[in-house]
Design a protein around this ligand. Structure first.
Ligand SMILES: C[S@@+](CC[C@H](N)C(=O)[O-])C[C@H]1O[C@@H](n2cnc3c(N)ncnc32)[C@H](O)[C@@H]1O
Length: 294
């Protein structure tokens, strides 16, 4: 997947050296032996390591976004309004989390709609892809989930609004449950209990997000239609969800279609669709990424 021609040898060596030294310092900071050290000695060792870490980090953050993007994605950022997304990247988000978003979508959102050190919030972080991409691209990120999968994602139920330290944010990334498509456990599934509850939760999410986003900030909302082939009244289409955001003051800024690979389906899926012409059971490949602006 990675096309090496975008990564110069010099850039590769530079970023790898930074990552290695920074993770070495971080490890040392975390494992300073508090017990056996006299307190003054401990404080000095801690302060020295922290200063070393910060100066490395400052230097790392000078690397232009496009170089960071090239290094991590091995290609240019997406220039069209259809993003064909292939496969899952094990480097971002907990590998065992089911339903992770493709890291390339997140890298593109972060590249196009944020700047270095911007404040990014992901209130439904799942496996933490947004968190990891923000760290790689030097953005300040806060991540929450009702059932956190790792310590840097804090436990929070977004139906209660945002935590009090979430204010004046530059960018919000919303990747809520895709209604009933994936099982997120007892607590996670409450968001999508039924169509009315789901739409009410999306509306609340929009209202609360509006109040914590800075004026001029962007919000990315990624979702796909939920089609109930047996009873179309139970389907939920994108415009219904998009309306929740425009109703509470957001402007639609850009719309991008994200296309998954058809290889996720097998021949018998296609046959089933073809054999049931009257049912119009088209196999879903698209997600819509809506960028709203406050
Ligand atoms: C589509 S997944 C997010 C995937 C994530 N972007 C990733 O790449 O791993 C939706 C997430 O919403 C979480 N969730 C469901 N209800 C929630 C709630 N009320 N508050 C916070 N998170 C919730 C689920 O636990 C799940 O992790």
């Amino acid at each position: 997947m990675v096309k090496e021609e975008y990564i110069t040898e010099e850039l590769k060596e530079r970023i790898e050296a930074f990552n290695l030294s920074m993770s070495g310092k971080r490890y040392a900071i975390e494992h300073l032996d508090k017990e056996s050290m006299a307190s003054e000695e401990y404080k000095k060792a801690y302060a020295d390591l922290r200063n070393d870490y910060l100066s490395l980090y400052r230097e790392y953050s000078q690397i232009p976004d496009i170089d960071l993007y090239h290094y991590y994605m091995g290609r240019n950022p997406r220039a069209f309004d259809v993003w064909s997304i292939s496969g899952n990247d094990e480097r971002y988000g907990s590998p065992e989390f089911r339903g992770k978003i493709a890291s390339e979508i997140v890298f593109n959102c972060i590249y196009w709609f944020t700047n270095k050190f911007d404040r990014v919030v992901d209130p439904m972080a799942g496996g933490g892809v947004v968190h990891d991409v923000c760290k790689a691209m030097v953005r300040r990120v806060k991540s929450y989930d009702i059932s956190p999968t790792r310590p840097d994602i804090r436990q929070w139920d977004i139906r209660d609004g945002y935590p009090s330290d979430v204010v004046n944010e530059d960018f919000i990334f919303l990747d809520p449950p895709y209604y009933k498509k994936i099982d997120y456990g007892e607590q996670g599934n409450e968001f999508s209990k039924d169509k009315i509850t789901f739409l009410r939760n999306i509306l609340n999410l929009a209202v609360n997000s509006y109040s914590v986003l800075k004026s001029g900030g962007y919000l990315a909302f990624i979702m796909s239609n939920y089609v109930d082939y047996e009873d179309n009244n139970r389907s939920i289409y994108m415009p219904e969800m998009i309306n929740s955001f425009t109703k509470c003051g957001f402007d639609i800024y850009r719309m991008i279609y994200c296309q998954n690979q058809s290889s996720q389906y097998r021949g018998f899926h296609v046959k089933h669709t073809l054999d049931n012409r009257d049912k119009h059971r088209f196999l879903t490949l698209q997600k819509t990424l809506v960028i709203f602006k406050k």
